[in-house]
Design a binder for this molecule. Structure first.
Ligand SMILES: [Zn+2]
Length: 346
């Protein structure tokens, strides 16, 4: 009697271990048949009473093995069936929209700089570049600012090494590239130099230790202040609108004589007076002047034969005025919330 029970249990174990299906329904029938409340495992345990006492433990272990095998089989097959179901969902759906990554956009400084480049290249200026790490000579001395000249105090300089000869520094203005071009080339010279410059300034809403300029230089025979004024008027109208007016106020730069600062009629309030133009109707936009003959001579250009003008436009300032941004630090923080506002200004 107990031998039959052992044999049945052993056969059941083998049957359970050999069971296979891909059908959920069949699996459910298997579960009920083996593990259900009236299932075969329950029957095995129910038959324990008929087993001789000394073999009960062994039979109990066998019944338990059947139960465990059935449970393992059940969960294995369930997993397989679910994986298959997942695969059917993974069939590509051609109508699902593609992953909508946010489109990048140009930085507002790049937008304004590119506009300036576009305006000047249209009238024959060519783009030049110079190194950001510059020698003292190109940045200052060539531009009529020898050592100990008080004008050096106007620009707080980041020196990399003051003890080398020449001293190395981070250029304080794109005019440094002017000196390079004048030294390497013969007139006529008509260039713009867009680029980044550095000054040792305390960072605040109005000042930063890095900013950008577009420098312009035109040297040829007979270049006059009238040419400068006409070029800048053309620029102002292209940049800020055809009704823009300009005014030039006398100023001082070591490398130009005479020097001037240029205002444009306020494009925010149409020169009627607002907070941006401090109710004057004018906003200052750039510095300019006729290249000092001494600068020409420093760079090996005959100042008797040639004259020229130069100007430097602050890109941050123009950008801030154009888009009414009141804190220069926003330009360098790469805050996507700020930059996203310019995504339509490609
Ligand atoms: Zn205004």
């Amino acid at each position: 009697m107990s031998q039959d029970l052992f044999k049945n249990a052993q056969e059941l174990l083998e049957k359970v271990q050999a069971f296979a299906t891909e059908s959920k329904d069949e699996l459910e029938r298997f579960r009920i048949d083996i593990l259900g409340s009236k299932g075969k495992v329950r029957q095995l345990f129910g038959g324990m009473k008929a087993i001789e006492a000394d073999k009960r433990k062994e039979f109990g272990q066998l019944a338990n093995a059947v139960k465990q095998a059935a449970e393992t089989k059940l969960s294995e097959i369930r997993e397989l069936i679910e994986d298959k179901a997942d695969e059917t969902i993974k069939v590509p759906d051609m109508f699902i929209p593609v992953n909508q990554q946010g489109m990048g956009s140009r930085h507002p400084l790049a937008v304004v700089m590119n506009q300036m480049i576009d305006i000047f290249t249209r009238i024959g200026f060519v783009i030049e570049e110079g190194p950001e790490i510059e020698t003292d000579w190109y940045n200052f001395t060539a531009l009529n600012t020898p050592e100990n000249h008080p004008a050096r105090d106007m620009q707080d300089t980041f020196y990399i090494n003051r003890m080398t000869d020449p001293a190395m520094l981070l250029r304080t203005h794109t005019s440094a590239a002017q000196s390079r071009v004048m030294k390497d080339r013969k007139p006529p010279i008509r260039i713009i130099v867009p680029g980044r410059v550095y000054r040792n300034e305390t960072i605040s809403a109005r000042a930063h230790c890095q900013f950008h300029q577009v420098e312009g230089l035109y040297i040829d025979e007979g270049v006059s202040f009238a040419d400068l004024k006409q070029t800048l008027l053309y620029f102002a109208r292209e940049m800020f609108g055809e009704h823009t007016n300009i005014q030039l106020r006398p100023s001082f730069f070591p490398f130009t004589e005479p020097s001037a600062e240029m205002d444009v009629s306020c494009f925010v309030c149409d020169a009627k007076g607002c907070a941006i133009c401090k109710h004057t109707g004018w906003v200052e936009i750039l510095g300019c002047g006729m290249v000092d003959p001494k600068v020409l001579e420093n760079c090996g250009i005959d100042s008797e034969k040639y004259t020229g003008f130069a100007f430097g436009i602050g890109i941050e300032r123009t950008t801030m005025l154009r888009y009414k941004v009141d804190d220069i630090r926003l330009m360098f923080e790469n805050d996507a919330r700020f930059l996203r506002q310019f995504s339509s200004t490609l």
